[in-house]
Design a binder for this molecule. Structure first.
Ligand code: PSV
Ligand code: MN
Length: 426
């Protein structure tokens, strides 16, 4: 869809200015003892999984405004993510959602993945909606349900997800539960927790030994009085009971306003239980906006914890799975995802600039101002040339969004798939 020569020509037209800016920043960094190339290499290695459910227009419960050319099946979703990865070299994996992405022809899907140099990173279960053929309803919960038949059905669905994932080489299963209650008295808190824990244990039993189970938390929505896993503490407690393969997943939109998410990240790293992220942007709650669009400083502070943890030999946390979890109502989803990855890489690059030894000194001596200034300085550095260099070194575009627009990708997708094609997703 974007041929190599075209990409090359586009890069050529951006090259002079890019070099100028990269040269200036590299000099500045080397004065501080930092090697720009080192940072760029770390950015090149960084990969963020793209959710299959965010490739079409999702939006709100009020309206949906499809833009055309949306992927109609798993094959086309793979094609879209391949496109993103061609442009930024940072999106080489996919999060699948069952039942939307059940592979009909496993061999064909495997081949598509290979052609596009993509892998499946995680499979996500769906017990927050009822499917046509299912025997029991999840209206009053799934893994926490009072009736054993419902719980059993939800357990089997999760195990089925793992089996599909195995066929495609995934290694992670993500569980997000919509279970909870809307009114006081509706649910017995302790018993509902106990039932959830037992159901999760049954799923955990079926997990291959090299898999990870990620457990997401969310304070409210769709239930508004109580959620069965409302916070990281509950998620953590479940993981502790399940075993080493269970880890907490932090979705940035799943916090009450003003929650100190970076501190949660630090705590989970300390316990070795940080399993993964769902990146998105949030103003109020689970807004699923472009990552970094609302609170770029918070995103930087989160990466600051991650880099700190990665460089500290006292921390023994397994590899963290980085994923996006967003929904698009007004933007072209592919452009939004390019922006999100760009903001994520930018935050990571800034965190890599932090002089940790110096910061440690300031913290040790309680030099509040210097410590804060040190972080602010990294945050305020314009790291875009480093991110662009990473794209280019990975064979992508210096400016992915311009390349996407200039190549007329959306127009081509509309031509191929039609103006009315609709994607499955949130
Ligand atoms: C619903 O809140 C949600 O956004 C969760 O974050 C899940 O990860 C996602 O949907 C997919 O099920
Ligand atoms: Mn999520």
């Amino acid at each position: 869809m974007i041929d190599h020569q075209r990409l090359h020509d586009l890069n050529q037209s951006k090259q002079a200015e890019h070099q100028l800016r990269l040269g200036y920043l590299s000099d500045l960094l080397s004065r501080r003892g930092l090697d720009a190339q080192d940072v760029i290499q770390q950015l090149v290695q960084f990969q963020v999984a793209i959710p299959s459910w965010a490739l079409g227009t999702g939006g709100t419960r009020f309206g949906r405004f499809p833009l055309g050319g949306e992927p109609r099946n798993l094959e086309e979703k793979i094609q879209d993510i391949g496109l993103l990865n061609q442009l930024n070299g940072s999106s080489n994996s996919i999060s699948l959602h069952i039942p939307w992405d059940i592979p009909k022809d496993v061999a064909a899907i495997q081949q598509r993945l290979q052609e596009q140099k993509l892998v499946i990173d995680s499979v996500n279960s769906n017990t927050f909606q009822d499917q046509k053929e299912q025997a029991y309803s999840y209206k009053f919960g799934s893994l926490c349900h009072t009736e054993q038949g419902v719980r059993e059905q939800a357990i089997q669905h999760n195990i089925e997800c793992v089996r599909y994932g195995e066929q495609l080489g995934a290694k992670t299963h993500t569980v997000w539960l919509a279970d909870g209650s809307n009114f006081p008295g509706q649910q017995h808190f302790r018993r509902a927790y106990q039932r959830t824990q037992e159901s999760l244990a049954a799923i955990y039993e079926a997990l291959p030994s090299d898999w990870t189970m990620l457990i997401e938390y969310k304070p409210y929505e769709p239930n508004f009085y109580s959620m069965i896993i409302p916070d990281w503490g509950t998620s953590y407690s479940l993981c502790q009971q399940l075993g080493k393969q269970a880890q907490v997943l932090v979705d940035l939109g799943h916090h009450l306003p003003n929650t100190n998410i970076e501190q949660i990240v630090g705590r989970l790293l300390h316990f070795g239980r940080l399993g993964g992220f769902h990146f998105n942007g949030s103003m109020y709650g689970d807004d699923d906006l472009t990552t970094g669009s609302m609170k770029p400083f918070q995103l930087f502070l989160i990466f600051n914890e991650l880099v700190d943890g990665a460089q500290d030999s006292a921390v023994s946390n397994p590899a963290v799975a980085y994923m996006i979890d967003a929904s698009h109502n007004t933007k072209d989803p592919l452009e939004d995802l390019l922006q999100s990855v760009d903001n994520i890489l930018g935050a990571y690059a800034k965190a890599l600039l932090v002089d940790r030894a110096q910061l440690g000194e300031y913290q040790q001596h309680n030099d509040v101002v210097r410590a804060e200034e040190l972080l602010r300085d990294a945050f305020l550095t314009d790291v875009r040339p480093l991110v662009q260099a990473a794209y280019r070194q990975a064979g992508g575009a210096i400016d992915p969004i311009s390349a996407y627009r200039t190549a007329g990708v959306r127009e081509q997708l509309i031509q191929q798939r039609g103006k009315l094609s609709l994607s499955t997703g949130l």
